[in-house]
Design a protein around this ligand. Structure first.
Ligand SMILES: Nc1ncnc2c1ncn2[C@@H]1O[C@H](COP(=O)(O)OP(=O)(O)OP(=O)(O)O)[C@@H](O)[C@H]1O
Length: 268
C-alpha cells in the first residue's frame, strides 16, 4: 500500500454560471518517505491538488487515499507549510511552534511542550530569536519558524505549497538546504509533497517530479531523480549529468501550448 494514492481524481469548481474543471483524471501514488515535487504552469491545479491532500477540497470524481483510507477532512498526521507565513502575529516564535505541538498532543505538560518547540527552533537555527514576534523577524526567518512548527508536530506527511516562493534568492537557497538537511537526516523520514515553480529547486530536493499541464489540470509527465543523496548543491549543479537532466526537463516544461492573453503568457 502506498502512503498517498490519487486514483482518477477530477475536480470541478462550480460557479454561478459555469463549471471549471481544475483537475482532470489524475492518478499517481507516493510511497512512504518519498519526496515528490509537483511542478507546472500557473493555474494547472497544483494548489487544488494539494488542497485535496490536505482534506480541504474533495474530488468531484475519483478517490484520494492516505494509508489506504479515503481522505475525508484535515488530519494531524499532515502538516502544511504555505508560501505566506501563517504564523500568529501575537505569539512569539517559541509560542507559535509550541502551539503546533499542542494541537497534536493536548495532554503534554507545558514544560515539555516548550522543550520540543525549543528543540525544533534550534534545528532551524533560530534559538536566539525564540522570544521575537513574527513582525520582528525577516521573511526567511518567519518561514523557518513555520517549518519548525510543521516538523515539531511530527507529521508523517508534509505538504508544502511554494514554501520559499516569497523569500529573496539568497534566503531561498538557505531554506532549501535547511529542508534538504532536515529531511535527509530525519530519523523518521517524512513523506513530502512539495509544490514549486522552480525546476532547480525541484531537482535538488526531490526523489521524483510530477509535471502538470493546464486546461484542464492533468499530469504531463513523471520524472524519477536518481542523483545520489545526501545531495550537495555545488557538486550537483556543476555536474554534466545535472546540466543534461535539467535541459531535458526544461524542454518538456516549456513544450506546452501557450498564448499571450492581455500580454501575459497563459498555458493552454
Ligand atoms: N475556488 C475556485 N473557484 C473557481 N476556480 C478556481 C478556484 N480555485 C482555483 N480555481 C481555478 O482553478 C485553476 C487551478 O488553480 P490552482 O490555484 O490550483 O493552480 P496552481 O497551479 O496552484 O496555480 P499557481 O501556480 O498560480 O498558484 C485556476 O485556473 C484557478 O483560477
Amino acid at each position: 500500500m502506498s502512503k498517498i494514492e490519487i486514483n482518477n481524481v477530477s475536480l470541478d469548481y462550480f460557479g454561478k454560471k459555469d463549471t471549471f474543471t481544475a483537475l482532470k483524471d489524475i492518478s499517481f501514488a507516493i510511497e512512504e518517505g518519498e519526496f515528490v515535487s509537483i511542478i507546472g504552469a500557473s493555474g494547472c491545479g497544483k494548489s487544488t491538488l494539494l488542497s485535496i491532500l490536505e482534506g480541504l477540497n474533495s474530488p468531484t470524481e475519483g478517490i484520494a487515499r492516505i494509508d489506504g483510507s479515503e481522505i475525508t477532512g484535515t488530519g494531524l498526521e499532515r502538516a502544511v507549510v504555505f508560501q505566506h507565513y501563517s504564523l500568529f502575529p501575537w505569539m512569539t516564535a517559541l509560542k507559535n511552534v509550541a502551539y503546533g505541538v499542542r494541537q497534536v498532543n493536548r495532554k503534554l505538560p507545558k514544560k515539555k511542550l516548550f522543550e520540543i518547540a525549543d528543540e525544533y527552533l534550534s534545528k532551524v537555527g533560530l534559538s536566539k530569536f525564540k522570544q521575537k514576534y513574527p513582525a520582528q523577524l525577516s521573511g526567511g526567518m518567519q518561514q523557518r519558524v513555520a517549518i519548525a512548527r510543521a516538523l515539531a508536530m511530527s507529521p508523517s506527511i508534509l505538504l508544502m505549497d511554494e514554501p520559499f516562493g516569497a523569500v529573496d534568492a539568497k534566503n531561498r537557497v538557505i531554506l532549501q538546504e535547511l529542508l534538504l538537511q532536515l529531511w535527509e537526516k530525519g530519523e523518521d523520514k517524512k513523506t513530502v509533497v512539495f509544490v514549486t515553480h522552480d525546476i532547480d529547486e525541484a531537482i535538488l530536493l526531490s526523489d521524483r517530479i510530477i509535471m502538470m499541464a493546464a486546461n484542464p489540470g492533468r499530469i504531463k509527465k513523471e520524472i524519477q531523480i536518481n542523483f545520489p543523496r545526501p545531495r550537495n548543491r555545488e557538486a550537483l549543479v556543476q555536474s554534466k549529468e545535472y546540466a543534461n537532466f535539467r535541459k531535458e526537463l526544461m524542454s518538456s516544461f516549456f513544450n506546452e501550448k501557450s498564448e499571450k492573453i492581455h500580454g501575459a503568457e497563459v498555458a493552454l
